[in-house]
Write a protein that binds this ligand. Structure first.
Ligand code: AMP
Length: 394
C-alpha cells in the first residue's frame, strides 16, 4: 500500500476521503470535533504540497436522500478555523456544478463536498457513482479508517478509476499501531475487553485468545462468564445463549496457558439509575434482584496488578455502565492505570475513547483509534475492504 507522502501531489486535484461524521446538536453546532482534527495532518500535508484539496465525507444515515440536518456545511466552517484558511462548501458531491467549481480551484485551495450519502450509490459501492467522484481528481487519498470496514463507492469502487491512490496519515497510523499491538507486539501483551455483549465481540475474544498473554474481562459481558462458572448473577445483563461460548473461551485460555481475569467483586444496584441504592459485593454474593453495573475496588486492584508488567495493552469496552456516575469508578480507574502504564497503550472502540477523553487522560494513551467497528473488525482478524482496495492499487 502506498502512503500520501509517497505520491506526487504538487499542483494536482487531490480528493481526500475523510470521516467528518461529527455529532451536531439541534442548533447546528458541532459538539465534538475530534474527527475533524484527526485529519488535519493529512490535509495540511496536501496543502504544503500545493495540491488542490477536495474533501469528501459521509454524515449520518440519510439513505440516498438529501436531509438538511445531515449537511456537512457546519463542518466547513469549523475546518476553516483549524486550517486558518477559507474552506469552500459545495452543495453537492458530484455533477457539472461541482466539476466546474473544482476546475476553478487554485493550488492550495480547499473545498468540502456535500454528504456523499445523499446519493444512493455511495453505500452501494456503485461504480457509476464512483466514476463521477473519480472525475473530480487526479489523486485519491483514503484517510477514513472509521469506515474502512464498509464497502462504499468513495473508499472501494473509486480506487478502480483513479490512477494514483494512497492512504493518508490517519489511516497509516491506525494500521501501524494496530500492527505494533497485534502482529508483532512487545510482550507481555494484555488485552482488556469490556462493554455490553459477548455476542458482539465473540470474534474479537476468539482472536485475542490466540495472541495475548493476559485477558481481562469487565463490563456486562463478564456476567455471562461468571454464569458459565455457575455463579448467580442476579439481574445483571447476561446472555444465556452465550454461556457455552464463554465456557469455550475460558477452556481455550486454560489450554493455551493464558492468564484469564474476571471480576472478583462488583458494584450492584436494584436498577441502573443514579438515585438507586448501590453496594459492592463479591461476585459470589450478587443479590437475586440486583444487577452488577461496575467492577468493584478489589477487581480494580487485581486488574491493575495484571497490567503491572505489561509492555503492550489493547483495550476495548468500558468496565461498567460508566455513563452513570455511580457506576463509572471502575472504568475511570482503569483509564488511570492504562494511561499511567509504561506500556504501548492502544484504545479502540467508541465508548472506551469517550471514557478516556472524559477522564482527561487521552494525551497519555499511545494511540486512540478513531474507528469503532473498523477497529473491532481488525481485532477479529478481518481484512477491511477499503484497505484491501488500497493494497490492490499499489
Ligand atoms: P460496547 O458497545 O459493547 O462496548 O458496550 C458499551 C456499553 O456497555 C456502555 O454503554 C455501557 O454502559 C454498557 N455496560 C458496561 N457494563 C455494563 C453493565 N455491567 N451493565 C449494563 N451495561 C453495561
Amino acid at each position: 500500500m502506498k502512503y500520501i507522502n509517497e505520491v506526487d501531489l504538487r499542483g494536482k486535484r487531490v480528493l481526500i476521503r475523510v470521516d467528518f461524521n461529527v455529532p451536531i446538536d439541534e442548533y447546528g453546532n458541532i459538539t465534538d470535533d475530534t474527527r475533524i482534527r484527526a485529519h488535519i495532518p493529512t490535509i495540511n500535508y496536501a496543502l504544503d504540497e500545493n495540491a488542490k484539496v477536495i474533501l469528501a465525507s459521509h454524515m449520518g444515515r440519510p439513505k440516498g436522500q438529501r436531509v438538511e440536518g445531515l449537511s456537512l456545511k457546519p463542518v466547513a466552517k469549523r475546518l476553516s478555523r483549524f486550517l486558518k484558511k477559507d474552506v469552500k462548501f459545495l452543495t453537492d458531491c458530484v455533477g457539472d456544478e461541482v466539476e466546474k467549481e473544482i476546475a476553478n480551484m487554485n493550488e492550495g485551495d480547499v473545498v468540502l463536498l456535500e454528504n456523499l450519502r445523499f446519493h444512493i450509490g455511495e453505500e452501494k459501492n456503485d461504480r457509476d457513482f464512483a466514476q463521477k467522484l473519480a472525475r473530480l481528481c487526479d489523486v485519491y487519498i483514503d484517510d477514513a479508517f472509521a469506515v474502512a470496514h464498509r464497502k462504499a463507492a468513495s473508499n472501494v469502487a473509486i480506487t478502480e478509476f483513479v490512477k494514483v491512490c494512497a492512504a493518508g496519515f490517519l489511516m497509516r497510523n491506525e494500521i501501524e499501531y494496530f500492527k505494533k499491538a497485534m502482529e508483532n507486539p512487545i510482550r507481555p501483551l494484555v488485552a482488556i475487553v469490556g462493554g455490553a455483549k459477548i455476542s458482539d465481540k465473540i470474534g474479537v475474544l476468539e482472536k485475542l485468545i490466540e495472541k495475548v498473554d493476559k485477558l481481562l474481562i469487565g463490563g456486562a459481558m463478564a456476567f455471562t462468564f461468571l454464569k458459565a462458572m455457575n455463579l448467580n448473577v442476579g439481574k445483571s445483563l447476561c446472555e444465556e445463549n452465550m454461556v457455552d461460548v464463554a465456557k469455550n473461551i475460558m477452556l481455550k485460555a486454560k489450554e493455551k496457558d493464558i492468564k484469564f481475569y474476571l471480576p472478583v467483586d462488583v458494584v450492584v444496584a436494584e436498577r441502573p439509575a443514579v438515585d438507586a441504592e448501590i453496594k459492592t459485593c463479591p461476585v459470589q454474593e450478587i443479590p437475586k434482584d440486583w444487577m452488577g453495573l461496575d467492577i468493584g475496588p478489589a477487581t480494580t486492584m487485581l486488574f491493575s496488578e495484571a497490567l503491572q508488567n505489561a509492555k503492550t495493552i489493547v483495550w476495548n469496552g468500558p468496565m461498567g455502565m460508566f455513563e452513570l456516575d455511580p457506576f463509572s469508578r471502575g472504568t475511570f480507574a482503569m483509564v488511570m492505570h492504562v494511561a499511567n502504564s509504561h506500556a504501548l497503550t492502544i484504545v479502540g472502540g467508541g465508548d472506551t475513547d469517550v471514557a478516556v477523553h472524559k477522564a482527561g487522560e487521552s494525551h497519555k494513551i499511545s494511540y486512540i483509534s478513531t474507528g469503532g467497528g473498523a477497529f473491532l473488525e481488525l481485532l477479529e482478524g478481518k481484512k477491511l475492504p477499503a484497505i484491501e482496495a488500497l493494497e490492490r492499487c499499489a
